[in-house]
Design a protein around this ligand. Structure first.
Ligand code: IPM
Ligand code: MG
Length: 369
């Protein structure tokens, strides 16, 4: 049997340097755990625009559709700020999500004990935190039509975006959240703005219907998304799984990221429906962006990207033990006080480089055998 295929799209900014560390870890699993992957690489985002004039070519999209899993670094940067929306680096990522129909975006926020003092919140609020945000990823205001900037014929302009959800889109992401909750602590909190938006009213009704019909054993609660943001920083441990729409999920997941100490720690998985081989279409990426301010300096934390590969082991390749192994390796490195600059705190602590972090993780992996 041939190896599963892994398409690497390193992208822009710190994407390539954090992905370099992932490539080393992927190779380690091949050499030391008999877990070989057929790895290929391609361009996305600004890196693709520079060569092809578009942030994602049809050929790369096709490879992504065929791959068993896609690993993405980051897209975007100030060099592309003035480009038309249609060719901005971010469009490459959005097109991948949309065309691969990756509707369920899993963003776990786990606070490693060694980092509980790094959060901007008090240790007791975040220590032991383990929550999962499930963000709808292929619809809502990110994709709704009409959209654009139009003339108001009176000397001004109007910016238009459309929040739009079908019941089917809500139901499938709700189902995904309930299924995940069953494997965790069996609780789902759904966040919407049903107090001001019709799309929120529908969201709530459909989540309730899926719950009543298929998941009555899971505990369900609802919250307005603004209150949800407040509750996330007040008492994040009250949550298990949070399910929410595309835009609220974008914002709430950045908020949740800081609970864990650094945006450099947060992985994500974007999953679609199962393909012919039973595997879901899948793209894994760190939640942090391209961080152009530190790109190329070896300061980026590769943990989020490494943890994204751990999610691939778990959700695409059903190798939970190996996923645990990688997560524990990262945790043990942090417990030893080895830190990239995003996590530096105490005076006198010397940071390691991106590559130094990779070295330490590989060492911890070796030690795990
Ligand atoms: C994210 C990012 C993206 C988003 C950008 C890069 C398009 O912020 O994945 O959270 O807004 O979805
Ligand atoms: Mg975001």
């Amino acid at each position: 049997m041939s190896n599963p295929s892994l398409l690497i799209l390193a992208g822009d900014g710190i994407g390539p340097e954090v992905m370099d560390q992932v490539k080393r870890v992927v190779a380690w699993f091949g050499a030391r755990r008999g877990l070989g992957f057929d790895v290929s690489e391609a361009l996305v985002g600004g890196a693709s625009y520079d060569v092809h004039g578009v942030p994602l070519t049809d050929a790369v999209l096709e490879s992504a559709q065929q791959a068993d899993a896609v690993l993405l670094g980051a897209v975007g940067g100030p060099a592309y700020d003035d480009l038309d929306f249609s060719v901005k680096p971010e469009r490459g990522l959005l097109r991948l999500r949309k065309e691969m129909d990756l509707f369920s975006n899993l963003r776990p926020a786990v606070c490693f004990d060694a980092l509980a003092d790094y959060s901007s919140l008090k240790r007791e609020v975040v220590a032991g935190l383990d929550i999962l945000i499930v963000r709808e990823l292929t619809s809502g205001v990110y994709f709704g039509e009409p959209r654009g900037i139009i003339d108001d014929n009176a000397g001004g302009r109007i910016g238009v975006n459309t929040q739009r959800y079908t019941s089917g889109e809500i139901r499938r992401v709700a189902r995904s959240a309930f299924e995940l909750a069953r494997r965790r602590n069996n609780r789902v909190c759904s966040m919407d703005k049903a107090n001001v938006m019709e799309s929120g009213v529908l969201w709530r009704e459909e989540v309730d219907a899926v719950h009543a019909d298929e998941f009555p054993d899971v505990e369900l609660s609802h919250m307005y998304a603004d209150n949800g943001a407040m509750q996330l920083v007040r008492d994040p441990k009250q949550f298990d799984v949070i399910v929410t729409d595309n835009l609220f999920g974008d914002i709430l997941s950045d908020c949740a990221a800081m609970l864990t100490g650094s945006l450099g720690m947060l992985p994500s998985a974007s999953l679609g429906a199962p393909a012919d081989n039973g595997r879901p279409k899948a793209l894994y990426e760190p939640v942090h962006g391209s961080a152009p301010d530190i790109a190329g300096e070896g300061k980026a934390n590769p943990s989020a990207c490494l943890l994204s590969f751990a999610m691939a082991l778990r959700y695409s390749f059903d190798r939970r033990g190996e996923a645990d192994r990688l997560e524990q390796a990262i945790e043990s490195v942090l417990a030893k006080g080895i830190r990239t600059p995003d996590l530096l705190q105490a005076e006198g602590e010397t940071p390691v480089s991106t590559e130094g972090m990779g070295d330490a993780v590989l060492e911890a992996l070796e030690a795990s055998l």
